[in-house]
Design a protein around this ligand. Structure first.
Ligand SMILES: CCCCC/C=C\C/C=C\CCCCCCCC(=O)SCCNC(=O)CCNC(=O)[C@H](O)C(C)(C)COP(=O)(O)OP(=O)(O)OC[C@H]1O[C@@H](n2cnc3c(N)ncnc32)[C@H](O)[C@@H]1OP(=O)(O)O
Ligand code: UBL
Length: 292
């Protein structure tokens, strides 16, 4: 009997002895390996931070691969195709389904200005899903200093503006109007000028519309549906989900002058707000025309 107890206890005893032999670093690794998945499943906030950290980290890592490929061509808008190709898979990693409507509205040969709503850095996914050829975004200057991602953006011809110096920003955008025509380039602008997750659209800045009028090219509005069902920065929520991207018909600027810019801005914002509200009413689990 006593020899049986000793036999049964010995594997336990050796496990305990083995565990005592682990170094502090090994202990930490074991705790992390056990705690991480548990925390990830139990805490919505922990999951949110992990997913956001991976999102940024993964983009910075992909940029390391993109830089040498893009550098071969030098600074060139064609490099945006490389970035697009390398970023397209991210939606699958996050289980985000993107439905696109209105592809036909991009069937314009001449340059144009795309304007879209800006909810979060996740907009990059919707943007890459539909990014037309030879199209570069206008971004805040700070993004140029975002390590490898900043360099990749620079190589792809992203137009950086200093939002703190209005005159500088305006002159960069005026240069962009010339480049669009000379080099057959399309430009993507977030006219809200900052990220907005309020569930509506902020007042629009007028730069994108001045740009379109100066170049006499159409404005093509793009609306990304609310992320509320799967992403909320305030609540630290980030699950899988679906986003609809609508490309609206282009708005002509032919014959318009700078005096018409305020009207043009209001008209385009109105169209986008209508589309955004319509899409919000189509969200799963929402009664048409009513509350949740
Ligand atoms: C594989 C690895 C990949 C690694 C890389 C990862 C990703 C890469 C891929 C792509 C990345 C890109 C993603 C980029 C997203 C970045 C998004 C942003 O950064 S949003 C923020 C920056 N964008 C904007 O701000 C654009 C909108 N802003 C404007 O248009 C503004 O008007 C402005 C030009 C910036 C000036 O703004 P400010 O607040 O200073 O002034 P106002 O708007 O009040 O304007 C003052 C006055 O000037 C008139 N105005 C404006 N523009 C013009 C113009 N071009 N010409 C003449 N006049 C102009 C305006 O009308 C006002 O006058 P008034 O009040 O009389 O009308
Ligand atoms: C060594 C330096 C390391 C820096 C690390 C920076 C981390 C950034 C990592 C990856 C970059 C991801 C690119 C995402 C592009 C989306 C950009 C974006 O959405 O910018 C917000 C800007 O529109 C408006 O800014 P504000 O809302 O006014 O604020």
């Amino acid at each position: 009997m006593s020899s049986n107890v000793v036999k049964a206890a010995s594997p336990l005893a050796s496990a305990v002895t083995g565990a005592m032999e682990l170094s502090v670093a090994q202990w930490l690794l074991v705790v992390c390996l056990v705690a991480f998945p548990l925390l990830y499943e139990w805490s919505v906030t922990f999951k949110y931070f992990c997913k956001m950290a991976f999102y940024n980290g993964w983009i910075l890592t992909l940029a390391i691969l993109a830089i040498p490929i893009c550098a071969v061509r030098g600074r060139n808008v064609e490099n945006m195709k490389v970035l697009r190709f390398m970023l397209l898979h991210i939606k699958y990693l996050y289980g985000i389904k993107i439905e696109v409507r209105g592809w036909e509205n991009f069937n314009i040969k001449e340059p144009y200005v795309v304007v879209s709503n800006h909810q979060s850095s996740l907009d990059l996914l919707g943007m890459m899903e539909i990014l037309p050829g030879r199209c570069v975004p206008i971004a805040k200057r700070e993004l140029m200093y975002a390590g490898t991602a900043g360099l990749a953006c620079w190589l792809a011809g992203v137009i950086f503006i200093n939002r703190k110096k209005t005159d500088d920003a305006i002159s960069v955008m005026s240069e962009a109007a010339e480049t669009m025509l000379k080099e057959d380039v399309r430009v993507w602008v977030f006219p809200e000028g900052t990220r907005n997750h309020s569930g509506s659209l902020l007042a629009f800045k007028r730069g994108a519309f001045h740009l379109a009028v100066q170049a006499q090219v159409p404005v093509i509005p793009v609306v990304m549906s609310s992320y509320k069902d799967f992403y909320c920065k305030k609540e630290k929520k980030f699950t899988t989900g679906k986003c609809t991207v609508r490309i609206l018909p282009g708005v002509s600027t032919r014959g318009l002058s700078p005096d018409d810019v305020p009207d043009l801005t209001d008209r385009v914002r109105g169209l986008m707000l209508d589309a955004f509200s319509q899409m919000s009413n189509e969200r799963p689990g929402k009664e048409p025309g009513g509350g949740h």
